[in-house]
Design a protein around this ligand. Structure first.
Ligand SMILES: NC(=O)c1ccc[n+]([C@@H]2O[C@H](COP(=O)([O-])OP(=O)(O)OC[C@H]3O[C@@H](n4cnc5c(N)ncnc54)[C@H](O)[C@@H]3O)[C@@H](O)[C@H]2O)c1
Length: 266
């Protein structure tokens, strides 16, 4: 996909990975709908981006992605404001093992919903131009994360959903590519949550183990995740792929056994 003048919707765009993705998309000539629960930081981020790219290239929509009406409304506002939608980055996420239902709601259910709404807008059959959806999972979606079991489950869910829907999208000729990105630890505010009982609950007892794990993996800079996003968007051959990003191997792809579940009938 040529990115110039395309319209992207990025959830969790106020800070961290989402903000780096918005920045990279704007550098490529896109217009970006910034969606985030945190209106204060979201508006601040828009102001910073406005200084570089002008006021017309972004719109900030305060929205809790776990609220169906708010999420639908955010898509509608961005579509109406820019007149089209080409890219959806379902990035908003939390780390909360104590109030774990919220983790499933935001990290998995809202990603599923964001993907379905994005398809509704972009599907060629519905009069859309086709597009690309990128779901931000985690390396924890591919391996056990012993001190964050629910976060791990939510990210496994994102990968299974993304890969499955990518097949349907191709079969059904939606004109939409759907991929996932799995970063290792990234230097963003979410990492502060590992120190907090309100986030970690019973697993706070393993804080030092988790810190050691982070130290051994090292911290990735958010712009590297945005570089991975741009690579997925620009390479039209990528669908159903799971991009991994680590300090040791940089941007690379996970290899799965090739066959999806299928009927045994001959
Ligand atoms: N930082 C890491 O180490 C790391 C590693 C792998 C994957 N990820 C994933 O990357 C994504 C972005 O994380 P980050 O590191 O930038 O975290 P972050 O906490 O810095 O940013 C997350 C953003 O999402 C927003 N958000 C949270 N809940 C929301 C909701 N209900 N509705 C709307 N917005 C909401 C927050 O306000 C925040 O701006 C998440 O899905 C996270 O799981 C992060």
């Amino acid at each position: 996909m040529h990115l110039k003048d395309k319209v992207a919707l990025v959830t969790g765009a106020a800070q961290g990975i989402g903000n780096a993705c918005a920045q990279a998309l704007l550098e490529k000539g896109c217009k970006v709908g910034l969606v985030d629960l945190n209106a204060e930081v979201g508006k601040e981020s828009k102001n910073n981006l406005d200084k570089q790219f002008g006021t017309q290239r972004t719109i900030f929509i305060p929205c809790d992605v776990s609220n169906e009406e708010q999420l639908k409304d955010a898509f509608k506002k961005i579509f109406e404001h820019f007149g089209r939608l080409d890219i959806v980055v379902n990035n908003a996420g939390v780390n909360n093992e104590k109030n774990w239902e919220v983790t499933v709601q935001i990290n998995l259910i809202s990603v599923i919903r964001g993907t379905y709404i994005g398809i509704d807008y972009m599907k060629t059959e519905n009069g859309g131009n086709g597009g690309v959806i990128v779901n931000i999972a985690s390396l924890a979606g591919l391996m056990p994360a012993p001190f964050q079991p629910v976060y791990c489950a939510s990210k496994h869910g994102v990968i299974g959903f993304t890969r499955s829907l990518a097949i349907i999208s191709k079969t059904g000729k939606y004109g939409i590519r759907i991929n996932a990105i799995c970063p290792a630890f990234v230097n963003t505010p979410i990492l502060k949550t590992i120190e907090k009982e309100e986030n970690m609950g019973q697993y706070l007892a393993y804080k030092e183990e988790l810190k050691n794990m982070i130290e051994s993996y090292g911290l990735l800079p958010p712009p590297l995740i945005a570089e991975g996003l741009i690579k997925i968007l620009e390479d039209d051959s990528l669908n159903g792929e799971v991009m991994k990003i680590t300090t040791k191997q940089g941007i690379h792809f996970h290899e799965f056994s090739p066959q999806p579940l299928q009927s045994n009938k001959q």
